[in-house]
Design a protein around this ligand. Structure first.
Ligand code: PDD
Length: 278
């Protein structure tokens, strides 16, 4: 796998960064995951806009223009053997001595870009749906930043793995927030409900696309606070992310969602999503 690190293209397994990199020591960095279909990065502008927002939020000067980012990503995509890929990119603040929480005066950011074969959702996951557990949201209050510091997300996701389910759905103060690495939608009485973007969640590129597709196809939708009870009483619950696209959640904790099968609004949205992708 050809990757990019700090201005150089080289095989991923040969790349090395300093142990004093603040990404390593403090989780001081931000990232993006961009799906690639038929060698075309999907929603690239949106991902690069979110990257700019994340960098600005942590006071890290963007090392490249948007055009340069696009060139680098296209070069990485061109260097792989796969038609469908997943591009991972991250920018950390860079290596600085001595270790000190405060931002170093002079530091060069560390930029990594690599791509791997896209792990598309299995047809069975689309047809039968996936299951989830719920948990209280133990993360910080700046979840709108796509930060590489993901320890809480890691622990929350492992709870799902240990329970043999696909995702952990997070609630805070009785309200639906998102999943450990996905956004969550609800369908209630034929209406698609989406939690309002805030500092408590990461607004997915897929989240925005789902609402755009709802608008385009005149599916009723509303962005509003969603209570835990509304999720448990919902006719449908969906999970979205760049890698999972849109999947139906058919069981939450010990309880089936609706009749325990992917619902009609999900199937319609999934179809629109697949059409839009190609
Ligand atoms: N995760 N919320 C969180 C906490 C996420 O980590 C992600 C994505 C999303 C969905 O965002 P998008 O639709 O832009 O993929 C929501 C990525 C895929 C990851 O960490 O691998």
């Amino acid at each position: 796998l050809t990757a990019f690190l700090n201005g150089q293209f080289a095989p991923l397994d040969t790349l090395q960064v300093s142990v004093m990199d603040r990404g390593f020591l403090f989780g001081d960095g931000v990232y993006e995951v961009i799906p690639v279909y038929n060698r075309q990065p999907f929603r690239l502008e949106e991902h690069l806009q979110r990257l700019e927002n994340s960098l600005a939020a942590i006071a890290l000067v963007n090392p490249y223009s948007r055009g340069r980012w696009a060139e680098l990503i296209h070069a990485i995509v061109a260097a792989q053997d796969f038609e469908d890929q997943s591009v991972y990119l991250q920018v950390t603040r860079g290596a600085a001595w001595p270790r000190n929480h405060a931002l170093p005066a002079q530091v060069t950011p560390t930029v990594l870009i690599y791509a791997d074969e896209l792990a598309a959702p299995l047809p069975a996951m689309v047809e039968q749906g996936v299951t989830a557990i719920s948990a209280g949201d133990i993360r910080w209050l700046r979840c709108n930043i796509k930060a590489t510091a993901l320890l809480a997300n890691v622990l929350l996701r492992q709870m799902a793995v240990d329970a043999g389910v696909a995702e952990t759905v997070l609630f805070r103060d009785g309200l639906l927030i998102e999943g450990s690495s996905s956004n969550i939608f609800v369908v209630s009485q034929g209406e698609i409900l989406a939690p309002p973007p805030s500092h408590l969640m990461l607004t997915g590129i897929t989240y925005d696309l789902i609402l755009e597709l709802a608008q385009q196809h005149a599916l009723p939708y509303r962005v509003c606070e969603i209570t835990e009870q509304q999720v448990r009483d919902a006719d449908e619950v969906w999970l979205t992310s760049s890698s999972k696209e849109v999947l139906a959640l058919v069981q939450l904790d010990d309880q089936l969602v609706g009749d325990g099968k992917p619902g009609p609004v999900f199937r319609e949205m999934h179809r629109h999503y697949q059409q839009f992708k190609r």
